[in-house]
Ligand binder design. Structure first.
Ligand SMILES: NC(=O)c1ccc[n+]([C@@H]2O[C@H](COP(=O)([O-])OP(=O)(O)OC[C@H]3O[C@@H](n4cnc5c(N)ncnc54)[C@H](OP(=O)(O)O)[C@@H]3O)[C@@H](O)[C@H]2O)c1
Length: 289
């Protein structure tokens, strides 16, 4: 049985579905059992646990062949880095207490960077804390999520513009769909021959202009990418309730993407290529709205 933390979310849900699709036994680890109803219907066992509560997490890991964990976004927390340190420490302790033999940790492209990567620094904290002796660990470092465009999907649908912090809008960067992350995570949970860092990207790099084109096709209306100038990033993020520390981290991260400073680790194994196109991912975003 494989325990999946964050099973009610984007990548955890995709991981649980990928495991269930090959007949593997899944324990969906959620804070609220109601959020795992769909997975339960597909055959998953449900365990209620919180990354803030080591006892509940250790119980959720007990008897599992492997577990999938992530650092949940904490953008409204006063200090997202301190939060990541606490949660990573809790996971490490739960791994020790439960004797979990194998762990797949969702990290990020750019987690090898010691500075200048903004909130990707939280993924680096997770990687460093989760090399637990006695537990085989895989660190999945996916590219920029195609599903990030869901944040601005309502604007695309209503106004025909796709606001973008990725600048210039015709510059392509590696992007990947949650479904590809779920498939690879499911493989990494089951296949003991996989270990260490695995980088992951989609079929080809994509730009904000490509995303606008994908929304135009999915919505059946013209959509154009609208560059958001850097001086407007902070005020925009403030409206979403982000704390000053988070805003500074996001600004640093998007500067890093836009300058090319954030990318895959060149010294590492070349990224695995997923199969889900930006068009398919955006059709999924539009269908779920
Ligand atoms: N966005 C990108 O481009 C990108 C790229 C690379 C890596 N990443 C990394 O991806 C991660 C986010 O993954 P995601 O998109 O799958 O996240 P997500 O969709 O926001 O899901 C987060 C999950 O964590 C659960 N959760 C939140 N707090 C919890 C707690 N205290 N205890 C237990 N579960 C908790 C949530 O459950 P509830 O339903 O209870 O809220 C939810 O299921 C981040 O670490 C980010 O750095 C992101």
């Amino acid at each position: 049985m494989y325990a999946v933390v964050g099973a009610s979310g984007n990548t955890g849900g995709a991981t649980a579905r990928a495991l269930l699709s090959v007949g593997a036994a899944v324990r969906a680890v959620v804070r609220d059992a109601a959020r795992a109803e769909a997975l339960k219907t597909k055959g998953a066992e449900v365990a209620v646990a919180d990354l803030d509560d080591v006892d509940s997490l250790a119980r959720a890991f007990e008897g599992a062949r492997a577990a999938y964990v992530l650092n949940p976004p904490a953008y409204t927390d006063p200090d997202l880095f301190a939060r990541a340190r606490t949660l990573a420490g809790n996971v490490a302790e739960a791994v020790r207490r439960s004797g979990l033999p194998r762990l797949v940790v969702l990290s990020s492209m750019g987690a090898h960077l010691g500075a200048g990567s903004g909130n990707i620094g939280t993924n680096r904290i997770f990687e460093r804390a989760l090399a637990v002796p006695g537990c085989a660990t895989v660190f999945l470092r996916p590219a920029y999520f195609m599903e990030n465009w869901a944040w601005v999907a309502p604007v695309a649908a209503q106004a025909g513009v796709l606001p973008s912090f990725l600048l210039p809008t015709d510059r392509a960067i590696p992007m990947v769909a949650a479904a590809d992350i779920g498939s690879l995570a499911a493989r990494a949970l089951q296949d003991a021959s996989l270990s260490g860092v695995i980088q992951l990207e989609g079929p080809r790099p994509c730009s904000a202009d490509d995303a606008a084109g994908a929304f135009a096709a999915a919505l059946g209306r013209p959509v154009a990418a609208a560059p958001v100038p850097e001086e407007e990033w902070g005020p925009n993020l403030e409206k979403s309730g982000f704390t000053p520390r988070t805003i500074a981290a996001w600004v640093e991260m998007f500067r890093g993407f836009n300058s090319g400073a954030i990318g895959f680790e060149a010294r590492g194994t070349p990224p695995v290529r997923g199969t889900v196109s930006l068009g398919e991912a955006v059709r999924g975003i539009v269908a779920r709205r």
